[in-house]
Design a protein around this ligand. Structure first.
Ligand code: ATP
Ligand code: SF4
Ligand code: MG
Length: 338
């Protein structure tokens, strides 16, 4: 699949009073045209910092390291001029967040806010035309009674409806890439399902590529074509969606899979969180960052960072147990039958 986005060796640190927080430590992946890529990982793994880097939305204390590259449709975005980034944001790449309230202006009716988004990027359309386009968008994202809703303020909407407004705004200029950072986490399950269905429909209709960030592998299964699993500022595993569920090839991914709540069972019984907590990124471990929590860790794991190893076409993982010379004992869940 032809890529729309290529991230190569992205390294991002924050300079804080406690020292350098190495939030992202050499992340590489690409997103194909019309593809939905999931990014999963626990809190603090570097998912948001990776995605905010794309649109230059990082805090002033952030430093993108030498050698990092983010290419969108062939164009390098790192170091791109402010003016160029303003054109790209909202027109070619747009982003939706967990909390739509933080992106909406509470003092302006929602319809007007979406219309302004359109007018900002299309100087040639009239106010009337923009309004008409917004009403069509509202209908498309299934906001009932678009005419009436156009004039409402954000606080008059439910969380789910606000998120629909955000999706409408994000799609106003038919972007080539939509980055959705946990857009459904704060919503209840039914609303979440509706929003996911909507995103799938939009991807089909417009061919928009989507990066969907979530904690929840269950959501990834429903929506995504492919997934990358992040931990400690690194990509640990990358695979097509069926592969990751059928042949998870990283102990961290296996831990995440075990912690998916099974809706048919009693949640409390089935949920098995991974014991321990993620590494402190001011002083990241030299070896595999998952080593302190990994049930299969060996001595080598704490000393050296494993390379990315190809498991199958399109499926790679960063774990010593996949190395061809790894011991094939019963404590290696990936041992190959010989
Ligand atoms: N502005 C900042 N200043 C200092 N450290 C930061 C800043 N923003 C993020 N970090 C750190 O960078 C690391 C990665 O954070 P990031 O927000 O990308 O995590 P995440 O995977 O999106 O987590 P979550 O699932 O909680 O959203 C964390 O250790 C976080 O504390
Ligand atoms: S490299 Fe070692 S510690 Fe890391 S996931 Fe593999 S077995 Fe576990
Ligand atoms: Mg985040």
């Amino acid at each position: 699949m032809e890529p729309i986005l290529n991230i190569d060796n992205l390294k991002v640190s924050f300079m804080t009073s406690n020292g350098e927080v190495q939030a992202v430590r050499g992340v590489s992946f690409s997103v194909g045209k019309g593809e939905i890529l999931g990014i999963v990982g626990e809190s603090g793994s570097g998912k948001s910092v990776t995605s905010m880097s794309i649109l230059h939305l990082l805090a002033d204390t952030a430093r993108i390291k030498e050698g990092s590259s983010i290419r969108f449709d062939g164009e390098e975005l790192i170091g791109a001029a402010r003016k160029r980034m303003r054109e790209i944001r909202g027109e070619k790449i747009s982003m939706i967040f967990q909390d739509p309230m933080s992106s909406l202006n509470p003092l302006i009716p929602v319809g007007k806010q979406v219309a302004e988004m359109l007018l900002e990027h299309h100087k040639d359309i009239s106010g009337e035309e923009a309004k008409k386009a917004v009403l069509e968008l509202f209908a498309k994202v299934r906001i009932p009674e678009p005419e009436k809703r156009y004039k409402c303020y954000p606080h008059e909407f439910s969380g789910g409806m606000r998120q629909r407004v955000m999706i409408a705004m994000a799609l106003a200029n038919k972007p080539e890439l939509l980055i959705a950072d946990e857009p459904t986490t704060a919503l209840d399950v039914t609303i979440q399902d509706q929003i996911l269905r909507q995103l799938r429909e939009l991807e089909k209709e417009y061919g928009t590529s989507i990066i969907f960030i979530t904690h929840d592998l269950g959501v990834v299964a429903e929506l995504c074509d492919r997934v990358i699993v992040m931990y400690g500022g690194l990509v640990m595993e990358e695979a097509p969606i069926d592969e990751i569920f059928e042949h998870p090839s990283h102990p961290y991914t296996m831990g995440l899979l075990n912690s998916i709540p099974d809706m048919e069972q009693d949640k409390a019984v089935r949920l098995k969180p991974i014991p321990g907590s993620p590494p402190d990124m001011t002083n990241p471990p030299a070896g595999c960052p998952f080593a302190p929590r990994c049930p299969y860790a060996r001595k080598l794991c704490g000393a050296k960072l494993p390379e990315f190893i190809r498991v199958e076409e399109g499926h790679s993982s960063r774990c010593f147990l996949l190395y061809p010379d790894a011991p094939a004992d019963e404590n290696n869940p990936f041992r190959r039958e010989v």
